[in-house]
Design a binder for this molecule. Structure first.
Ligand code: XLS
Ligand code: NI
Ligand code: NI
Length: 437
């Protein structure tokens, strides 16, 4: 096959002094941080959808991307050829993983049978290419939102046939993920939400969503798939209200319907900000519940209120992200998945390399900075001391469940007034972080 990126051999680490835009300045895959290589900490994944199917179209204009290897047809041979190009890109970049939706890799046929056949035909090439390059599948997922049949959602559709169709799709995509040795499977809500409550039975729709996920858990067992299931929260877009609106809403839903043992969360930066949260907030909510699984690494734009899915380059963002990831023990099955797309104006193939190199370097720096902050210890020490009143005396009694309201009243009547609190020292702590950036 003709090389799609003949001018690139392999992206190498050249160190922070390098001026080569096609080299890593900070991502040295073999470097050890907190006892693990950067490769194993970060587990970078390239997404198939934005990187190999993104056209650059927006509501105001047509696609702009130059992808000379793609003939634009919905043929199987084009899809197979594209898959080979994808693996040339991912392996030259040096990312260990990739992720896909079923419909990114293979075209929809005229009925379910033909569609499944198409997916098998491309999955065969994916398997060959995984074997040839050593690139692995971080997770697979289903696109049950683009086709017009999903106009009212998939598992939450008012049309039971659409639920059935989506079930077939997840069944097949999960089987292909299993066949390709995928380490996880993600459920992002697509159109599982509503545009207006006037036509919506919200309770019934959420029960259907839970039923759907239970069926997925049962099928996972039936085929012996051991990968991790993830739910990916997002508050809006395409619907006005998505049921999986943020980490807390997802956890509540999973608990209510006895699904929590089977799922972790895949937290996406731009979705966090759309929900009115920081990425770190979402990571802390997930982590505290033992449900921090994986991240979709991207960023929004402060001045644009939608899911712009830009490549992450802010060192503050990656530092705070990695502080939380390290705090909760690092990635096990998950990783840093670049659910990000180059801008419509960055239309040359080489821009795909610049984008990913920048994101990988930003995360490598974030990881090293976070590790340095942890080694320094002042931040953790400060937080620990801030809660010192809980380590003994009345605080320890309350935490141990040994103090009733009556006991607390007796304690405070005797004392008369609460002890003075100490300063939160936000500015001091912000300065401390800046020592490391
Ligand atoms: C869309 C989501 C989507 C999921 C996979 O906003 O981020 O890309 O990651 O379906
Ligand atoms: Ni995503
Ligand atoms: Ni997104």
């Amino acid at each position: 096959m003709k090389s799609a990126f003949p001018q690139i051999t392999e992206i190498r680490y050249e160190g922070p002094k390098s001026k080569n835009p096609l080299a890593f300045k900070h991502y040295n895959a073999d470097e050890i941080v907190e006892g693990k290589t950067l490769r194993d900490h970060l587990r970078f994944a390239v997404v198939y959808w934005h990187t190999f199917r993104g056209t650059g179209s927006d509501p105001f204009g047509a696609g702009t991307m130059q992808r000379p290897w793609d003939d634009g047809s919905a043929s199987i041979s084009n899809a197979q050829n594209r898959a080979r190009v994808a693996f040339e890109f991912i392996s030259k970049l040096g990312a260990p993983y990739y992720c896909w939706h079923d419909r990114d890799v293979a075209p929809e046929g005229k009925n379910l049978r033909e569609t499944n056949k198409n997916l098998d035909a491309v999955a065969k090439v994916l398997k060959e290419e995984q074997k040839r390059t050593g690139v692995k599948l971080l997770w697979g997922t289903t696109n049950a939102f683009s086709h017009p049949r999903f106009v009212h959602g998939a598992s939450t559709s008012c049309n039971a046939d659409v639920f059935a169709f989506a079930a077939c799709q997840v069944k097949k995509a999960m089987e292909v993920t299993h066949e390709l040795g995928g380490e996880g499977y993600t459920f992002w809500g697509g159109r599982e939400g509503y545009m207006t409550l006037l036509n919506t039975d919200m309770k019934r729709e959420q029960e259907h969503l839970a039923k759907f996920l239970h069926l997925a858990v049962a099928h996972k067992k039936a085929i012996g798939f051991k990968g991790q299931f993830y739910i990916e929260p997002k508050p809006k877009e395409p619907t006005k209200h998505q049921y999986d609106s943020d980490a807390a809403a997802c956890l509540n839903f999973l608990r209510e319907f006895d699904l929590l043992p089977h799922f972790k969360l895949n937290i996406e930066t731009n979705h966090a900000t759309l929900a009115g949260h920081t990425m770190q907030h979402e990571l802390e909510v997930a982590g505290a519940a033992g449900a921090l699984g994986s991240i979709d690494a991207n960023t929004g734009d402060e001045l644009l209120g939608w899911d712009t899915d830009q490549f992450p380059t802010s060192i503050y963002l990656t530092t705070y992200t990695m502080l939380s990831v390290l705090k909760y023990g690092g990635f096990k099955t998950g990783g840093v998945n670049f659910d990000a797309k180059v801008r419509r104006e960055s239309f040359e193939p080489i821009d795909l390399f610049y984008a990913h190199i920048g994101g990988m370097d930003a995360f490598a720096r974030g990881l090293k900075i976070a590790a340095a902050i942890r080694k320094d210890g002042r931040l953790a020490e400060f937080v620990k001391n801030r809660y010192a009143s809980w380590d003994s005396g009345i605080g320890a009694k309350i935490e141990a469940g040994k103090a009733s309201f009556k006991d607390l009243e007796a304690y405070m009547l005797k004392k008369g007034e609460a002890a003075a609190s100490s300063s939160g020292r936000q500015e001091y702590l912000e300065n401390l972080i800046n020592e490391f950036i």
